[in-house]
Ligand binder design. Structure first.
Ligand code: OX2
Length: 823
């Protein structure tokens, strides 16, 4: 590698080197002493110390990339739900033990300082966490990759409960300083909006230019994405909005100071807050501004800064694969066209060929209402040039449709990127389907349903574009870090290769039949429950009993995910214990743990949260019932909580209506940590069950074709109520005011919705779910059989590593290769 200046070496990788660097950070950066330092001071000094070890690797990665350009993956995502950074940086750099020892030498506790980190909650749930897993895997697999996203000043809201109801508070994650980001203000990019376009003819050639109305600055903040012990540190670049200097100046010259400050605020609003909607977009103007803002900044950054000067943009597809994480970044397609045609002077057809080759699109949903659509009126006002480009893309595409399928105007209307009803609007998923080389779903069933239902016309038009990549999760965070006990046991049994090759877990298979191994496995599970007991006690003041079965349902609150079905089960158990149908002394004791945030504007979801909390209070307060079951619903479920909760779980609830959950990724984390799943044939559950085997999975519920058939024939939920006395008792009990202090009106909307609409068929699956839960109880009584199944769940789910997902993307979509970092 050619370097003009030598790279500064890291501090020595030993306890002395670490301690020296730590004290340096505490003294020179935090400006304090060990005696005076606050916990936050000590944490920040620790973070910076760890960071200093990764810094030279980061520089080396960037330098090598510059000198030896290779095809890179650019992952465009409006969300990166990173979780805490320190723990991951410690294991990636091999510093965990050194740090613990060094800190102990100074009388400090690593665990205590770890706990001081506030996680950056820059995502809603699965989609954002997936992006974080993917960039971790890419770095670990030595792939040149860059993540592009938004540095929200406020991430996902902090959830609290008041009288059992959700209240949202701002997540000011930046308050205590963020040691993991590095601002690069000198690399700011100006991003424009509004205005109009002008077309002129020069030498007989039409040329359109955009005359924007206003603009803001995009400031990049870099985050390290360290590979696991491989010397590579990739970059995550998150953009933050500022007012342009020119704008300021003009107003200052008019002497209107107040107006200048207002302009500043207006600009900064763009990256102020993460929209808390998950899987159901709200169509707000600011959201489109966010999307264009980060996408335009990222394309500019890649083209003007990452690519070397003089790079021939005809070769762009050789150098980059832009992955569109759902429809949020899809405005990148017309933006790249604008850059190539308007700014770089390429002919339209050339530019279109390049654009289509550079982009690929991942769809994460099957709910029609979750596919983003932007009113033409809004798009034309905010991005007039892009609207023109979209029209032209659409015209040419529809010509091809006619050429291929004849003049079927119904079909043409169905496939048009522009919807006509209920208002003229741009269908972003269609734009993505037209402007990309590949389209993938996130689990086998989901990809199949995308082809057969949601995007069936597009699949008929270009079948070769469609592919599947089943999601995965990073084993570094969700096994190695979250479950140190299990990690040590696995390593003792099969060596430590599994951390970067999770398929190796299959070597654990024989240990399922080893009684001593199972005993140790149970001991670890029990230890993990103790850790959870401590966390819930300290964090939430919640008491749980580690000797009960831990039955966990954690995910966003959404009707399709069916937290309500879980509540019906709890209420049924409550009823049976109270009525004496089951004996609290002999039944299997369970703790039901819920974790879920509802989008602030999603009324029904918030009612369901209130119901869970009210049922929980009643159950926990009843002297008889609480002997056998308890409900715990810690507020503000997030990545940090998941890391303690997932390893402690016995039973994983994955109970969405078949055909609605695209994949799920929590389901994978639980199975990998040795929980058994009770689940429907939905999303990645299908693949989990195929891999672990029917005998190690509690399947229930309608299949997708069955559910669709019932819906088509006219689903009548009340008929289930009428025919099933157990179900009737449960719904009547909720309706009676049993869980609302006798007030029958409180949960009436929930009950009435179930009886008369029940869009996600909770009542249709009720009995099947109850039966599955009976099987769970029976099986759990046989702890040897249960732990054998649990071990087999671990041994057989190595497939769900995000490393494997990345390999699939590389093989099927990106075609990029590893580049090891030298030195
Ligand atoms: C989620 C999906 O709901 C979930 O099934 C999937 O596992 C996850 O994405 C990662 O692929 N917003 N969030 C999702 O989809 C959308 C849209």
């Amino acid at each position: 590698m050619t370097e003009t200046t030598p790279l500064i070496a890291s501090p020595e990788l030993n306890v002395e080197g670490f301690t020296r660097q730590y004290l340096r950070e505490l003294t020179y950066t935090q400006g304090t002493t060990l005696e005076r330092a606050s916990t936050n001071d000590k944490y920040l000094a620790l973070a910076r110390t760890v960071r200093s070890y990764l810094m030279s690797r980061w520089n080396r990665t960037v330098t090598q990339q510059y000198h030896e350009p290779a095809r890179a993956v650019a992952y465009l995502s409006a969300e990166f739900l990173l979780g805490r950074q320190l723990d991951n940086a410690l294991i990636a750099s091999g510093l965990e033990e050194i740090a613990a020892e060094g800190l102990a030498g100074l009388g400090l506790s690593l665990d205590e300082l770890r706990a001081a980190e506030v996680e950056p909650g820059l995502g809603n749930g699965g989609l954002g966490r997936l992006a974080a897993c993917f960039i971790d895997s890419l770095a670990t697999m030595n792939i040149p990759a860059i993540g592009y996203g938004i540095r929200y000043e406020f991430g996902i809201f902090r959830q609290t409960f008041v009288d059992g109801r959700q209240v949202e508070e701002p997540d000011n994650w930046l308050d205590n300083g963020s040691p993991w980001e590095i601002a690069r203000p000198e690399q700011e990019v100006e991003i424009s909006f509004g205005g109009h376009t002008e077309t002129t003819t020069v030498d007989g050639v039409e040329k359109t230019t955009w005359v924007p109305g206003w603009s803001v600055l995009a400031l990049p903040y870099n985050y390290m994405v360290p590979g696991y012990l491989n010397g590579r540190v990739n970059t995550l670049r998150l953009w933050s909005a500022r007012a342009t200097h020119a704008f300021d100046l003009k107003i200052f010259n008019y002497g209107d100071y107040a107006e200048a400050v207002r302009a500043q605020t207006f600009a900064e609003n763009i990256t102020k807050v993460l929209y808390p909607e998950d899987s159901t977009p709200q169509g707000k103007e600011l959201r489109l501004q966010q999307q264009y803002f980060f996408v335009a900044a990222s394309l500019h950054d890649f083209v003007e800064r990452v690519l070397e000067a003089g790079f021939d943009l005809h070769d762009l597809p050789e150098r980059v694969a832009f992955q569109l994480n759902d429809t949020h970044p899809v405005i990148a397609i017309p933006e790249l066209m604008r850059v190539l045609v308007d700014l770089k002077g390429l002919a339209w057809d050339e530019a279109w060929a390049i654009t289509q080759k550079c982009f690929a699109y991942t769809c994460h949903t099957l709910l029609p209402e979750a596919l983003e659509v932007w009113p033409v009126e809004l798009m034309s006002r905010l991005l007039p040039r892009h609207m023109e480009i979209i029209y032209r893309i659409n015209d040419e595409f529809l010509e091809q449709v006619r050429a291929k399928f004849g003049n079927d105007e119904m079909l043409v209307r169905r496939m048009s990127i522009i919807a006509e009803y209920p208002e003229r609007a741009v269908r972003m998923a269609y734009l993505a389907s037209v402007g990309t080389t590949k389209i993938n779903g996130v689990a086998e069933l989901h990809s199949q349903l995308l082809r057969d239902k949601v995007l069936n016309d597009f699949a008929a038009f270009a079948p070769e574009k469609f592919t599947n990549v089943t999601n995965g999760v990073t084993p570094r965070r969700f096994v190695r870090l979250a479950n140190p006990g299990l990690s040590a046991l696995i390593t003792e049994a099969i060596g430590d290769g599994w951390v970067t090759d999770l398929s190796r877990l299959s070597e654990l298979e024989p240990f399922a039949d080893d009684a001593e191994f199972r005993r140790r496995f149970r001991e670890i599970k029990r230890g993990n429950k103790d850790r959870l007991v401590t966390l819930l006690k300290n964090r939430d003041g919640i008491d749980i009993d580690p000797d009960t079965m831990l039955d966990v349902m954690v995910k966003r609150l959404h009707e399709y995910k069916r937290q309500l079905l879980k509540v019906l089960h709890v209420v049924s158990q409550y009823d049976r214990l109270k009525s004496g149908a089951i004996d609290p002394a002999t039944t299997v004791h369970r703790t039901f743990v819920f974790g879920a945030k509802a989008a602030p504007g999603y009324q029904m979801a918030k009612e369901i949260i209130a119901l869970i909390n009210h049922v929980g209070a009643r159950v926990n307060g009843d002297p008889v019932v609480s002997q056998a079951l308890r409900v715990a619903f810690p507020a503000n479920y997030n990545v940090t909580v998941a890391e303690t909760l997932v390893p402690a779980a016995d039973l994983s609830e994955q109970i969405s209506l078949a055909g609605k959950e695209a994949s799920g990724t929590g389901n994978m984390k639980f199975a990998l940590n040795g929980a058994l799943t009770v689940g429907t044939d939905d999303g990645a559950n299908v693949e989990i069950r195929q891999l672990v085997g029917d005998e190690n999975f509690f399947l229930f519920g309608l299949t997708e074709p069955e559910a669709s058939a019932i819906q088509e024939a006219g689903y009548r939920p009340s008929s289930y109520y009428e025919q099933n006395p157990d179900l009737r008792r449960v719904l009547d009990l909720i309706a009676s005011g049993e869980f609302s202090g006798g007030d029958r009106s409180v949960f009436e909307p929930i009950v009435s919705n179930l009886l008369h609409e029940d869009r996600f068929m909770v009542l249709a699956d009720f009995q099947s779910y109850m039966d599955a839960q009976e099987r769970v109880d029976t099986y759990y009584r046989d702890q040897e059989a249960w732990s054998r199944s649990a071990v087999l769940n671990v041994a057989r789910t190595g497939f769900f590593s995000s490393d494997r997902s990345m390999q699939d993307y590389l093989d099927r979509i990106w075609h990029a290769s590893p580049v090891p970092i030298e030195g």
